[in-house]
Design a protein around this ligand. Sequence first.
Ligand SMILES: C[S@@+](CC[C@H](N)C(=O)[O-])C[C@H]1O[C@@H](n2cnc3c(N)ncnc32)[C@H](O)[C@@H]1O
Length: 242
Amino acid sequence: MRPDSLDFSQRTRLTELMDEPCSREVLRACLRDIARTNRWTLGYRPVFHWLNEVAAAFAPLAGPLRILDVGCGYGDLLRRVEQWAHARGLAVELTGLDLNPDATAIATEASPASSQIKWVTADVLTYFPPQRPHLVVSSLFAHHLSEEQIIQFLRWMEERAQMGWFINDLSRAPIPYHLFRAFAWLMRLHPFVQYDGAVSIARSFLPAEWQSLCAAAGLRDEDFEIRAFKPARLCVARSKQP
Ligand SMILES: C[S@@+](CC[C@H](N)C(=O)[O-])C[C@H]1O[C@@H](n2cnc3c(N)ncnc32)[C@H](O)[C@@H]1O
């Protein structure tokens, strides 16, 4: 990749190395480094900000709150959600979904024996959850998809999520792109993560693009909110009215 030649006015068509076949060892090292980067850059904060809002807005449910994490990778986010729910005495049923069977195996291995999270291998676009989740979240997932697939994904969530959904992704701009490259090199992240992290930023979104993707999926402006978080996160929040 020649960074100087990247045009940040549109999503790059470059693809990520992690989306190509690789060994489970390489995938484990990459997913672990992405999870570390998420922790260092407060990458889960937008999701918890939204979960706290939703938990406060909705009356307690008769049964457990079902949360589905799409493109769960290492599973770090859901393990944190499990702790969040435990700290609030909130009954939850958590499912992590990933297309790659090695990712779900790695997420299982990385979870403590006491964890109740279910890990499922499937392509979200053809997945029919046995019971409709109340909430669907995803983190660093949407930018892996084409525009057409994102519209499908938005419709998929809109149809299935009973209470709402949240997309936690990146904001496309040259400064975070160059800062990430320097940071990844300094922290000696796995070479795939150094490359893929930069490509992820270049594949990610501007607010106007989320606006038109949501409109193409049939959402009205008042149905969703585009939220920016520092550093370099751009998220889409949808809460169905209680
Ligand atoms: C960059 S990782 C993100 C991992 C994690 N959510 C995080 O925030 O660190 C993206 C994950 O999405 C998964 N993925 C890609 N396409 C998918 C699809 N169509 N259905 C389900 N998972 C998919 C990949 O296998 C990969 O594990």
